[in-house]
Design a protein around this ligand. Structure first.
Ligand code: GLN
Length: 486
């Protein structure tokens, strides 16, 4: 059994198609593993065993008819911010603890149309606000490499479940780093697509101008396969791009001749752990060994990114989360004597402290008299950050940098210091503000044995370049897939 759960998506595809194993056997192996091991990691909020086995059976029929697609019969985990029809979608919040969406997100429709198997829904920071998954209203997810440490966040369940081999691959969402940062901390590959590449229909909104769904997997190619499956136009999300979807897996080719990679000096500053820097620099050397030309560049407005993000993201969140008022769906307080009190009690009891902090901050930024000083100013600086990247991509094909300033920190280490927590996203946030794609690829370990990720960024809709660089890095480093002991 241990062999089944060790297989990458691409390996599993071949084995299923050759009928050496059935999807039902593979699904059963994962369900058993979840039963045995997820008590230590706690990546799943909901395990959908019955549905998973039924999906696997459908997939096996399809395979026997020779009608396979890339994901047919592959067991996946889904972040609990993505709507699944009739299956609890909690967003890690008491507010949606018992919410069963009457519809599927666009990405779920895509996965199910290929007869992919959903094993269950994965833990996360409440409404995707956080960097450690400690803001989940339900329980703490642990890092498979060290159970006393955080898995990163907000897609902590999505990263830990892939790292602990509790699913073959997963989907997460990334508003300021929530796919790339946990991927880096859990030693897996995680990718945020170009804004608009994947439909947000059925993704519970946090900050609508930044949110994007993306894959987490064991290899670059597996991410490419998953992205290809979920990308493309959807008229129900007006920001979803009509651009055609290239065969991303075919972009995973080795070699970076005629390829320039920029290394921004603003990402190698004080606060970057020297061991992280060492691993990242060795990754950059590996890119060079594949033929890339390495060039020092500057992204001069990087230092403003965290401040800009925490104005724009909280402002959009305060507006998006106003819908949770106890009227139509979700939690409603039991005690109240009039309508206003019902709203107040519902929101006071339904939201956790971090969500409340952000709603207050965002509402303040948007209030009359403050809008120009905060939201408008932040939007102007956002434009400067966008221009920084545009200039960089005039001379570079991709940019390489760290994902996070440190490896996974200890549980509880930053919970009482929100600003420290916010600063852990300093290297991932600019990508969201600019709307460009970014990927985290494992590039080594620190002296405590914790994984380090290297981030590669590319221009708007340049996912193919991103995958080419990431695949070349993975090949050059040849880090044998390593698994944490559990
Ligand atoms: N950690 C960042 C935040 O707390 C990013 C979260 C995300 O990407 N969803 O907002």
């Amino acid at each position: 059994m241990s062999e089944i759960i060790d297989l990458t998506l691409s390996e599993l595809r071949k084995i299923l198609d050759r009928k050496e194993l059935s999807s039902k056997e593979v699904t059963r192996a994962y369900l058993d593993r979840i039963q045995e091991t997820d008590g230590k990691i706690r990546s799943y909020i909901t395990v959908t065993e019955k549905d998973a086995l039924a999906q696997a059976e459908r997939a096996d029929k399809r395979i026997s008819r020779g009608e396979t697609s890339a994901l047919t019969g592959i067991p996946l985990g889904i972040k609990d911010v993505i709507c699944t029809r009739g299956i609890k979608t909690t967003c890690g919040s008491r507010m949606l603890e018992n919410f069963r969406p009457p519809f599927n997100a666009h990405v779920m429709e895509r996965l199910l149309s290929q007869d992919a198997v959903m094993l269950g829904k994965l833990n996360m920071d409440e409404f995707a606000m956080g960097s450690s998954t400690e803001n989940s209203a339900f329980f703490q997810t642990r890092n498979p490499w060290d159970l006393e440490r955080i898995p990163g966040g907000s897609s902590g369940g999505s990263a830990a479940s892939v790292g602990a081999r509790l699913c073959c691959a997963s989907l997460g969402s990334d508003t300021g780093g929530s796919i790339r940062q946990p991927a880096s901390h859990c030693g897996v590959v995680g990718m945020k697509p170009t804004y608009g590449r994947v439909s947000r229909f059925g993704l519970v909104a946090f900050a609508s101008s930044l949110d994007q769904i993306g894959p987490l997997a064991r290899s670059v190619k597996d991410c490419a396969v998953l992205l290809e499956a979920i990308s493309g136009h959807d008229s129900r999300d007006s920001t979803c791009l009509p651009a055609s979807v290239p065969a991303y897996s075919e972009a995973c080719i080795e070699g970076l001749q005629d390829f320039t990679i920029g290394v921004p000096e603003e990402y190698f500053v004080e606060g970057l752990d020297p061991e992280v820097e060492k691993a990242v620099r060795s990754g950059i050397e590996a890119l060079e060994s594949m033929g890339a030309r390495i060039e020092r560049i500057s992204l001069p407005h990087t230092e403003y990114a965290v401040a800009v993000y925490y104005i724009i993201a909280t402002a959009e969140a305060s507006s998006n989360l106003s819908r949770y008022d106890g009227v139509k769906y979700g939690f409603r307080a039991k005690e109240y004597s009039n309508l206003m009190e019902m709203y107040k009690n519902t929101r006071a009891q339904g939201f956790g402290p971090e969500v409340k902090r952000r709603i207050m901050l965002g509402t303040y930024c948007l209030s009359a008299g403050y809008y120009d000083a905060f939201y408008k100013k932040a939007s102007q600086v956002r434009t400067l950050i966008i221009q920084d990247f545009k200039k960089a991509f005039e001379k570079c094909d991709a940019v390489a940098a760290p994902v996070a300033p440190t490896t996974a920190f200890r549980l509880g280490e930053k919970v009482d210091d929100p600003v420290q927590m916010y600063l852990s996203d300093i290297f991932t946030i600019p990508v969201n503000l600019a709307g460009i794609p970014g990927i985290s690829v494992p590039c080594g370990f620190d002296s405590k044995g914790l994984p380090v990720g290297l981030q590669i960024m590319a221009g708007h809709l340049q996912e193919e370049k991103l995958f080419r660089a990431a695949f070349s890095l993975e090949t050059a480093l040849n880090l044998q897939i390593q698994w944490p002991e559990l």
